[in-house]
Design a protein around this ligand. Structure first.
Ligand code: FAD
Length: 471
C-alpha cells in the first residue's frame, strides 16, 4: 500500500505549510459525513489555494500512488466526500478556493472557484441585480464544486434545470495533473465528447473541479405562492401542464398528500392549514417576476387558476397575499421530512425519479405493490412532481416497531428500487450514488456501471480519484 504520509511531506515541501492540515482535531469533523452515518480516516487534509496548486497536488498524488477524496462543504447525503476508513486516502479540500472570479452582467454569467459556498454566490449575484437560480437546504455549506459533482437540484429545477443545465463551462484538474479549461464561454463547440458534462455528477471520480462558469438570471422582483387542494397527483399534473401552456414563470410545483399536511400541522410549531377544506392531495405552486412591468405573479396565478377551479381540475385554491404567507406555505413543504418522522415513526426513504408524465401512475402502483408485499406498511410520496422526482416513503405502520428498519429496510429498499427501474426511472434523483447506493446501482444496472467504469479507467487508470464511490 502506498504511504499517504509521503504525499503529505511532498505537498508540504512543494506548497508550504498552509496547504496541509495534520491536527486530528482539524481533520475529524471532515472525516465523517453530514448525517454521521459514515466515518473515515485521513492523516491530513490538503487545502490548495489555486488551480496550479491543485494540479501540483494531483501530480504528486499520481507519482506517489495515493488516492484523493475531493471535498467541498461535506454536505453529501450519500457519503460521497467521506474518506475510506483504512486511512489510505487524503482529503483534498477546495474550501480555500473561494473566490468569485467574475460576474458579467451582460453575459449573465459568473465564474466562481470550486470552493465558493452557494449562499455567497447568491449574495454576489444579487449585488448585480442577478440570481443564481438553484438553492437547497445546505446552501450555507454546499460549494460550487460539490454542486457540480453531484449534479445538484433544488426547488427551481422545474424552470431552470439542475447543475447540468446551469454549469456553462468547467475548469478541472484531471487525474494525470493536466488542467482542462472549459471556461472559454463558447456557445458552440463540437469537438466530440464534452469533458465538462462528464465531470457533472462524477462525484469526484474523474478529476477535481477547480472552477465553473455559471448561468445567472435576473433577480426576483415579486413572487407569489398558490396552495391548491386536489383529488389526485394526476389532477396536479394536469394543473401543472395547463399552467405551463400559458406561462414560463412557474418556478416550483410540489405536491403532498393530506396525511403529510396533517403531520406538519400536528408536529411543526407555528404551521397553519393554508385551506379550510380537506383534500386527498395538495400542491404548492410558485410564480415569479423579475420586472415591474410584468403581470404581478399573484394576478397571473389567479387568472390561470380560476378556469381550472371552475372546471373542477383544482378543488380549492388560495394565493399568498404577503411574502410572510408565501414563506409560511414553503415552511410546510420544507418541514415534511421532519413532520413525517415525528408522525409516522420509522420509514424507508427513496429519492427517486421517473418520467414526469408517468409519476402519478407510478406512485399509485408502487404504493399498492409495496403495501401488498409488506402488509401493515403504508407508502406515499411528496415532492417535486414537476421534475418527476418524489420522496417516496414506506412507513412501518402496524408492521414493526422501532427496529423495523433494521429488520426489513433492505428488503423494502430492493422492492422499491426494482419497481423504479422497471418503470424506466432512476434510484438517485438527487444527491448522487456515493457509497450509499453504489452496490444497489451495480445490482440493478450492471451494464450502466460497466460503461461508467470504462470511462473512469480511461481517465483515471490508477484509480486515485475518490475510490470506492459511485462505481
Ligand atoms: C440539509 C440538506 C439539504 C440538501 N438538499 C439538497 C437538494 O435539495 N438537492 C440536492 O441535489 N442536494 C441536496 N443536498 C445534498 C448536498 O447539499 C449536495 O449534494 C451538494 O451538492 C454537496 O455540496 P458540497 O460542497 O457539500 O459537496 P461535498 O459533500 O463536499 O461532496 C459531494 C461530492 O462531490 C465531490 N466533490 C466535492 N467537491 C468537488 C470538487 N471540487 N471536485 C470534484 N469533486 C468534488 C465529493 O468527492 C463528493 O463525492 C442537501 C444536503 C443537506 C445536508
Amino acid at each position: 500500500m502506498s504511504d499517504p504520509l509521503k504525499l503529505v511531506e511532498a505537498v508540504r515541501a512543494r506548497l508550504g505549510p498552509k496547504a496541509v492540515l495534520t491536527d486530528p482535531a482539524d481533520i475529524e469533523p471532515w472525516a465523517t459525513d453530514w448525517r454521521g452515518r459514515w466515518h473515515g480516516k485521513s492523516v491530513a487534509i490538503l487545502q490548495p489555494s489555486s488551480t496550479e496548486e491543485v494540479a501540483a497536488i494531483v501530480a504528486l498524488a499520481s507519482e506517489n500512488g495515493v488516492p484523493l477524496v475531493p471535498q467541498g462543504g461535506n454536505s453529501s447525503m450519500v457519503g460521497g466526500a467521506t474518506p475510506p476508513a483504512d486511512g489510505s486516502a487524503l482529503i483534498l479540500s477546495l474550501r480555500r478556493m473561494n473566490r468569485i472570479r467574475s460576474i458579467d452582467r451582460g453575459a449573465m454569467r459568473a465564474v466562481a472557484d470550486a470552493g465558493v459556498i452557494l449562499q455567497s454566490l447568491h449574495e454576489a449575484a444579487l449585488e448585480h441585480g442577478l440570481r443564481f437560480p438553484l438553492t437547497l437546504g445546505a446552501k450555507g455549506s454546499a460549494t460550487v464544486g460539490g454542486l457540480i459533482s453531484t449534479n445538484a437540484g433544488g426547488t427551481q429545477v422545474l424552470r431552470f434545470g439542475p447543475m447540468r443545465a446551469l454549469a456553462d463551462g468547467i475548469e478541472a484538474v484531471l487525474p494525470d495533473g493536466t488542467v482542462h479549461d472549459g471556461l472559454t464561454g463558447l456557445k458552440k463547440d463540437n469537438r466530440g465528447y464534452s469533458l465538462d458534462q462528464l465531470l457533472v455528477g462524477a462525484e469526484g471520480t474523474l478529476g477535481i473541479v477547480t472552477a465553473a462558469r455559471l448561468k445567472l438570471v435576473p433577480a426576483i422582483h415579486l413572487r407569489a405562492v398558490a396552495w391548491l387542494g386536489l383529488s389526485s397527483p394526476q389532477k396536479a399534473l394536469d394543473t401543472l401542464r395547463a399552467l405551463e401552456a400559458d406561462t414560463d414563470r412557474i418556478e416550483g410545483f410540489e405536491i403532498l398528500p393530506q396525511e403529510s399536511l396533517d403531520a406538519a400541522l400536528r408536529h411543526i410549531p407555528g404551521t397553519r392549514a393554508p385551506l379550510d377544506s380537506r383534500h386527498e392531495w395538495h400542491a404548492l405552486v410558485e410564480a415569479t417576476t423579475h420586472g415591474a412591468d410584468a403581470e404581478p405573479p399573484a394576478e397571473l396565478l389567479t387568472r390561470l387558476l380560476a378556469p381550472l377551479v371552475e372546471r373542477g381540475v383544482v378543488e380549492n385554491a388560495t394565493i399568498s397575499a404577503t411574502e410572510a404567507q408565501a414563506e409560511a406555505f414553503w415552511r410546510i413543504r420544507d418541514s415534511l421530512s421532519e413532520a413525517e418522522r415525528a408522525a409516522f415513526g420509522p420509514a424507508t426513504q427513496h429519492d427517486i425519479s421517473v418520467a414526469v408524465e408517468d409519476m402519478p401512475l407510478f406512485m399509485a402502483e408502487a404504493a399498492a405493490e409495496v403495501e401488498r408485499a409488506f402488509p401493515g406498511t403504508s407508502a406515499s410520496g411528496f415532492g417535486h412532481l414537476g421534475d418527476g422526482n418524489i420522496h417516496f416513503h414506506v412507513r412501518a405502520g402496524t408492521r414493526g416497531g422501532p427496529d423495523w428498519l433494521e429488520q426489513e429496510g433492505n428488503a423494502v429498499q430492493w422492492l422499491v428500487d426494482d419497481l423504479v427501474i422497471a418503470a424506466g426511472g432512476s434510484i438517485s434523483a438527487e444527491h448522487g450514488i456515493g457509497v450509499m447506493k453504489r452496490d444497489e446501482l451495480a445490482r440493478l444496472q450492471p451494464d450502466r456501471v460497466r460503461h461508467l467504469r470504462a470511462i473512469k479507467a480511461a481517465l483515471d487508470p490508477k484509480g486515485l480519484m475518490n475510490p470506492g464511490k459511485l462505481v
